[in-house]
Design a protein around this ligand. Sequence first.
Ligand SMILES: Cc1cc2nc3c(=O)[nH]c(=O)nc-3n(C[C@H](O)[C@H](O)[C@H](O)COP(=O)(O)OP(=O)(O)OC[C@H]3O[C@@H](n4cnc5c(N)ncnc54)[C@H](O)[C@@H]3O)c2cc1C
Length: 331
Amino acid sequence: MHEVWIIAEVLEGKVKDVSFELLSRGRALSDTLHVRLGTVVLGHHIEPAELQKLIRYGSDVVYAVEDKRLVSFTCERYAKVLGHLLTEYTPQIVIAGATTMGRTLMPYVAVKAHAGLTADCTELDIEEGTENLLQTRPAIGGNIMATIKTPHHRPQMATVRPRSARPLAPDQKRKGTVVQVAFDPAWDDKRVEVLGLRKPDDEQTSIEEADVVVSGGRGLKKRDNFVIVEELAKQLGAQVGASRDAVDRGWARYPHQVGLSGKTISPRLYLALGISGAVQHLAGIKTAGCIVAINSDEGANLLNIADFAIVGDLFVIVPEIMRRLGQRSKS
Ligand SMILES: Cc1cc2nc3c(=O)[nH]c(=O)nc-3n(C[C@H](O)[C@H](O)[C@H](O)COP(=O)(O)OP(=O)(O)OC[C@H]3O[C@@H](n4cnc5c(N)ncnc54)[C@H](O)[C@@H]3O)c2cc1C
């Protein structure tokens, strides 16, 4: 039976969070199809405990290829390895994160494998009857959700937005197999050499990685008032987010935009100030832990989905919250 695969990502020997989100997606698909879930992991000196972690989070089998030439992601080399694994093991579905690595590697491999690829999916499912992979993603600038399938080619390939799914709870008793695949020197590609790695600029990653995000919307009324959002964020050690409306007005820069055409985030705590909760905004906070919304309109959509809905004027409520936080930090 052809397996479902996810492509894990590793940094400095440790499996990155996106891999566990993919495992939760992959587990749902493989359970529906009654097939095994495989994880491909490429790198160098990956800690054995990390490979076991992939099993505890849902994988049945882990295909690990380790070599010093795989220490950093290079598209050509990784594509050769993955291409070999696809031919050898013929999975029916392969999903990767819509990350820098996934967005670069998957199209390259899909072309070589004569397979289709749907980028940046927000939902994946299995079609009843045909067992085709249903790959759903925003289309036409986010105005519609398009569901795409690839009935005539295998594997079916997709990248999935990071933080659009929660990892499963780890199962300490889960058993699986680790298959170590030896690196074949023929997979080397000497045209590319990694000279060093630079950490991404904070702005690009901050709201996606943040534990707490404070966002502001049109309810702030003008740029000068947006300082309230920045100050509250500073007091909470949070990152600043914004609705598209606030970004379009120039109150915050695009890397701070939360939502369908901005970032998908998964903070433990999300505070939304003066944001109505349009579907496109909500698409970016589906996996947020606790949502606190402050809005003067009790009918605002965001108040309906918030864990703590505060109805009132943000210009009164936020200074009061900041005053109390200040008092607490003094005591
Ligand atoms: C293709 C497409 C993609 C999009 N992508 C995104 C996206 O990625 N992210 C995104 O956010 N939007 C996106 N949008 C836009 C989205 O549809 C909304 O227009 C936008 O989210 C509205 O922003 P807002 O909530 O700040 O403004 P509004 O909808 O105008 O809401 C302002 C809110 O502030 C409240 N308010 C006013 N004064 C106060 C006050 N004194 N105190 C408290 N509350 C107050 C109001 O009651 C209101 O609810 C997209 C739209 C399209 C068509």
